[in-house]
Design a protein around this ligand. Structure first.
Ligand code: F6R
Length: 605
């Protein structure tokens, strides 16, 4: 979702530093881009619809030289993607970039229209810009002007702001949308939505909090609170290096990230076994019920968690999408644990759900990848997944690392509650030592994934079916396929299909069935046969303890993955599903890393 970068300094041309930062923010998803730079004391705007390469083409012959600029990648919310709606916006003396949504922009716009202000775009951002300029006409202290203005804004925002009458200084503030200040000792400083944008220049950064206002010049970063008192901030060092943001020889980031999974998952299990402060000391075994709240794939990881917590720990679990959870009666009791799951740690609905859960007195535990993100900081307890930066919009290692942490939590609770015996626990830990090789072997079945992709890529509708924990992994497999290949795909509990959906099965409709649970295997096979009898093209994904030959009657294709325990089985299955989605998307010629309409970090409702 929208990305912000700002540069002030004398070591680089601001235009180049800002464009470089924008390219690093591309992964967040966007449909237009723009920059504003001081050139000879005057602010000039350059904007274009579509890719950053369009903006680069626009700038090619312009010979822009500047010491300060702000830039933005916009993911359209208010108004179509267009040059006019692209940020930065200028009104009067104020130019700004914005991430978030100003919810009361209509109210503010009416007030400004009455004052004779006119607008060029359809955006809430231009209204915010005009409002700040309006306040600035009477309040010449810029920080006071920003405080007065933002006090009137409802919604979420991260702003990077420059004033025409103060060249080479950037102001910044935020509420519910992330913003950091990048620090260097080389006479240059930055603002950015996340560290990825600045890692080529510095790994030192300050996290700006809600209610803080920054004044950034090339040799000074000052942070003020709402009462205009200067605050001293901790300087953080980013662990992730800029090389982690490269494709490293892979054709796509998604493929690179799938291939990183064997090491990442093995490391999570290793860290759990060797570092008592990781997961082991998080004692959540006394809670009588758990709410898992998240969005998209993170919610699907929660479904795997539900199965494990309920089956192995005897704890009732509800899993809900955060956008619904935040607006319902959550039924939190003193004994409820709320687990929020988020790769980015910034997803607006998940963050809101976390805050509500805290307000209502629940103990909160976050499972997060992005170090220092808002969700990680605000939850009572945070367990990091240490998956490293995820650039492809469709999550892969983000999801599997969430599943790994949930599995280990379930295992740990079971051990503490004695619902899992010591022998069983030790066997699972022993088996987890081979997770790296099992995942590598799974990834290496490349030809089989390509074969399946060839069979399904020309179809428009597809179904996933499974029972029990397999049904949870089907949800993720289906999402992966549809989001990157634009095929219509639905995931159903295998036994539910005949209650309506089976009427959609036609000759050659692909049905991908996952059957890894031996206790439910025969039931799922019956469901596959039901679809086969109606003409389905059936693809069975099962484990290698079942012979492929025994599946020839009902499976047009049978793919086997290594059999292991329930705590890690789905990490292996989903890796196969990720690769089927990847190969299918590739055959359909889709933009695998940046699927249309999607954004990586969803920081608005
Ligand atoms: C799908 C995908 C999304 C995210 C969801 C939550 O591939 O990536 O469904 O899982 O937007 O994002 P996080 O985990 O950052 O809260």
């Amino acid at each position: 979702m929208c990305g912000i970068i700002g540069y002030t300094g004398s070591s680089h041309n601001a235009k180049d530093a800002v464009i470089e930062g924008l390219k690093r923010l591309e992964y967040r998803g966007y449909d237009s881009a723009g920059i504003a730079v001081f050139e000879k004391g005057k602010i000039n705007l350059y904007k274009s619809k579509g890719k950053i390469s369009n903006l680069e083409n626009l700038l090619k012959d312009k010979n822009v030289s500047s010491n300060c600029g702000i830039g933005h990648t916009r993911w359209a919310t208010h108004g179509e993607p267009s040059e006019t709606n692209a940020h930065p916006h200028t009104v009067g003396k104020v130019t700004l970039v914005h991430n978030g949504i100003i919810e009361n922009y209509n109210e503010l716009k009416e007030k400004l229209l009455e004052e004779g202000v006119s607008f060029k775009s359809q955006t809430d951002t231009e209204v915010a810009c005009a409002y700040i300029d309006f306040v600035y006409q009477n309040e010449k202290d810029k920080l006071k002007c920003l405080i007065k203005s933002t006090d009137e804004f409802r919604g979420s925002y991260a702003f990077g702001i420059i004033f025409e009458d103060e060249p080479d200084v950037i102001y910044a503030t935020r509420k519910d949308s992330p913003l950091i200040i990048g620090i260097t000792e080389n006479n240059e400083n930055f603002i950015a939505s996340d560290v990825s944008a600045i890692l080529n220049f510095t790994n030192k950064y300050i996290l700006l909090e809600y209610g803080e206002y920054a004044r950034v010049s090339k040799d000074k970063v000052e942070i003020f609170n709402h009462e205009l008192r200067k605050t001293t901030k901790e300087i953080n060092i980013a662990d992730w290096s800029s090389s982690e943001y490269e494709k490293d020889g892979y054709e796509h980031f998604m493929l690179k990230e799938i291939n990183e999974q064997p090491k990442i998952i093995a490391n999570i299990f290793k860290k759990y076994s060797t570092d008592p402060s990781y997961i082991k000391n998080v004692d959540i075994s006394s809670y009588s019920n758990i709410h898992i709240v998240a969005c998209g794939s993170a919610m699907h990881a929660g479904l795997i968690g539900k199965y494990l917590f309920e089956n192995y720990d005897n704890i009732p679990v509800t899993v809900e999408v955060a956008s619904e959870y935040r607006y319902k009666n959550q039924l939190i009791t003193p004994n409820t644990l709320v687990i929020v799951v988020s790769q980015s740690g910034e997803t607006a609905d998940t963050l809101a759900a976390l805050r509500i859960a805290k307000e209502k007195g629940a103990k909160t535990l976050a499972i997060v990848n992005a170090i220092g993100s808002t969700i990680a900081r605000e939850a009572d307890i945070c367990i990091y997944t240490y998956a490293g930066p995820e650039i492809a919009v469709a999550t892969t290692k983000g999801y599997t690392s969430q599943v790994a942490v949930l599995s280990l939590l379930a295992l740990e609770i079971g051990l503490k509650k004695k619902t899992i015996s010591k022998e069983m626990y030790e066997k699972i830990i022993e088996e987890s030592n081979s997770i790296e090789s099992l995942l590598t072997d799974t990834i290496n079945k490349h030809d089989e994934y390509l074969n399946i992709a060839k069979k399904i890529h020309e179809k428009e509708d597809l179904f996933f079916i499974g029972r029990g924990i397999d049904s949870a992994v089907c949800m993720e497999g289906s999402l992966k396929l549809k989001e990157i290949s634009y095929m219509h795909s639905e995931s159903y509990a295998a036994g539910e299909l005949k209650h309506g959906t089976i009427s959609l099965i036609e000759n050659d409709t692909p049905v991908i069935a996952v059957a890894t649970d031996i206790n439910l295997y025969e039931k799922t096979i019956s469901n596959i046969k039901e679809t086969k009898a109606r003409g389905a093209f059936s693809i069975l994904i099962t484990t290698d303890n079942i012979s492929k030959e025994s599946t020839v009657d009902f499976a047009d294709i049978a793919l086997t993955v290594a059999k292991t325990n329930t705590f890690i089985q789905q990490i292996i299955v989903v890796t196969a599903l990720q690769l089927i989605a990847y190969e299918t998307s590739k055959l359909r010629g889709c933009d695998i890393d940046k699927p249309k309409n999607l954004a990586k970090s969803v920081t608005v409702e």
